[in-house]
Design a protein around this ligand. Structure first.
Ligand code: KIV
Length: 273
């Protein structure tokens, strides 16, 4: 076990040394502890919690209270991973002063070491303010799930020369405002590689090819736990949905058939957990 949590300076050092950064989302203490045990560097308490855990159709209904609640759980479950919390929809687009109060809750009540914000030049004043007062900020460019209605869906970004130029300028602006890293979601691999070379800060890719400084996936996608919709770039490393359904079916069958609990088993006689 590391003697301290991974720090944002460790991520920058990783980029300098050419070592890839492994990042996943986490939403609760138990899962976060398991992901950390497996060696993940950084855990993002993503507002994807709205879809993977809370049953919403998008990240837009996720509130600051929800993010504080889940961030605190992830922090309680971990000792070594750097925990970054997403700022949900309309908690930072409303100006630097309100953004500061809201980011402050994720750090102070949730225990996050840093926050992540979606957008580029439109929010650099906010990024700069948070960084100035000591709250590290991760940027997020490309597909921006909180802007799904504006963007007209969850498709790939950075396909036209105009979009490419905008993305490169946004990445530069985030770095200049003091962001310590930037997520690149659903953009062509060659563009992600170019932005990665262009920036001193690490890029973390999701559906953005192999040349970013690190990768992130939604853990529920990677583990095969959320099977309602799986993006094409996800590599499923497990089928937890299948495992849970099979195990639960076996339990239901045992209960109905009177095979569980057996009169002689500890389950029949135990008084407490
Ligand atoms: O909310 C989230 O899970 C994210 C990742 C997809 C990067 O922002």
């Amino acid at each position: 076990m590391a003697s301290h949590r991974v720090r944002i300076t460790d991520l920058k050092a990783r980029k300098r040394r050419g070592e890839k950064i492994a990042m996943l989302t986490a939403y609760d203490a138990t899962m976060a502890a398991l992901l950390e045990r497996a060696g993940v560097d950084t855990l993002l308490v993503g507002d994807s919690v709205g879809m993977t855990v809370l049953g919403h159709d998008s990240t837009i209904p996720v509130t600051l209270d929800v993010m504080v609640h889940h961030t605190a759980a992830v922090c309680r479950g971990t000792q070594a991973a750097l925990v970054i919390a997403d700022m949900p929809f309309l908690t930072y687009q409303v100006g630097p002063a309100k953004a500061l109060r809201n980011a402050g809750r994720l750090v102070q009540e949730g225990g996050a070491a840093a926050v992540k914000l979606e957008g580029g030049r439109a929010i650099v004043d906010v990024v700069q303010r948070l960084v100035d007062v000591g709250i590290p900020v991760m940027g997020h460019l490309g597909l921006l799930p909180q802007s799904v209605h504006q963007m007209g869906g969850y498709g790939k970004r950075g396909k036209t020369p105009d979009e490419i130029a905008h993305l490169q300028a946004d990445a530069e602006a985030l770095q200049a405002a003091g962001a310590f890293a930037v997520v690149l979601e659903m953009i062509p691999g060659d563009l992600a590689a170019r932005i990665t070379r262009q920036l001193d800060i690490p890029t973390i890719g999701i559906g953005a090819g192999p040349d970013c400084d690190g990768q992130i996936l939604v853990s529920h996608d990677m583990l095969g736990l959320f099977d309602r919709f799986v993006p094409s770039f996800v590599k499923p490393y497990a089928d937890l949905a299948g495992t849970i359904v099979d195990a639960t079916r076996a339990y239901v069958d045992d209960v109905r058939a009177g095979r569980f609990p057996l009169a002689s088993s500890p389950a029949a006689n135990a008084e407490t957990r």
